[in-house]
Write a protein that binds this ligand. Sequence first.
Ligand SMILES: [Cu+2]
Length: 479
Amino acid sequence: MKNGLTRRQVMYTGLAAGLGSLFARLGYAKTVAPQRANEPREPTTESNRAFSNYSRFSPSFGGPPGSDQFLGKLVPGLRKSGQEPVMVEAPDLGKVPWKMVNGVKEFELRCTPVKREFLPGEAMDVWGYNGTMPGPTVEAFQGDRVRFVVHNELPEPTSVHWHGLELPIQYDGVPGLTQDLIPPGGTYVYEYDLHQTGTFFYHSHIAMQEAFGMAGLFIVHPRIAYDPPVDRDFALVFQNFLIPPNSATANSMAMDWNWHTINGRSGPYTTPMVCKHGERVRVRLVDFSPMQHHPIHFHGHTFWLTGTEGGRIPQSAWVPRNNTLVGVAMAQDFEFVAFNPGDWIFHCHMVHHMMNHMVQQVGPRIREGFDASQYLASLPNRPSPQSSLEEPAFDVPGYPQKMQGMKMSMATMKKISGRREVRGMRAGWFKGVKGLMTVLRVLPEDLYNRVMLSDEDIQPGEIFDAIVKGSYQSREMST
Ligand SMILES: [Cu+2]
């Protein structure tokens, strides 16, 4: 190597020279102490100070790992400590209503077949609770005594398991082992005390019914919100299904999948989560896919993993991430300060989950107007890819690489783009939001009010452009 330096020393020298010019540009040149090129560089006093500040309104470091503000770890939301927690929002899902009966919170659950519109015009036959799949969210508090009156309106027996809850054995919902199955038309009552807090879920304990979508969120809040308090609390359930082409019925025995849903919808029909710039946000992720795990990635922010399906993680064990692997029947809660305005994609990072139909057997059979029997009856005359959909991407056997199959009629467009939560996003935003994807919008106060609270016209791209140009007002532009 030149001048007898090792390759590594040359690299460090280059790095040091690069850092030197960077610090010079930032005005720190005088404080950079002379150092040997191959020694680890300690932060200087001033650079240390510069990166110790934390702002809830702009990307910032917040001091060394271990400090309270490091990557926003313990930066509170805009709500005060010591109050009741905010209620959970699960986009595209309702909540199970309850009434107080002699000191017990009584919920009613009906196990039902469900038509669920995964995408506009794509109504699938699945099973769920109270007419939705996944079922509506149960929300309760630590210390509640809860009663579930479960009616079976399915054509076959079922039972309900309360996943993660520490309850008396007779209410655990395992057929045979802990109870007799609830026959079609039958009713069963579960009743127990809640002493835990966290992200739980309820589901059928019949495997094939689980694969048909029979699950719902069960959130148990502490009476007083955990510190640091969050301003928003979102929850998402991820699921996969195999629904053969030209069919609307899920195949619960399949080991494969071709449809992906978040709270029962596929991107871009998943409704964005919307929060205000500067708020502290919690998102609870539940994977209720039959076979598939999901590495869930969130752009533009670093979040702290604060809970699992077992409940709250002590602060000392929180982990910073931007991608977290949620396994089947697991839950993960994370929190972050929404310091970075914009429309941030929030998605499973498995490429086969980033759009529907990314499975081998699909190929020409999904093409419009041709089912498998027509195909087999006239093999020599089978349609070419171009004849059914005139897109070159369909030349690739089995793998349409873009969202070619989705019919964007006016009605579809209206359902996708007509929702309040997507107002002012870029024209064509939906082209990049597919399968297991949704969007988390971080909107400065004035833009949030326009999008979520006003009825004034907003042009496509208008809110996005305002954020890019920095022409907005947030609540306070200081921490
Ligand atoms: Cu996935």
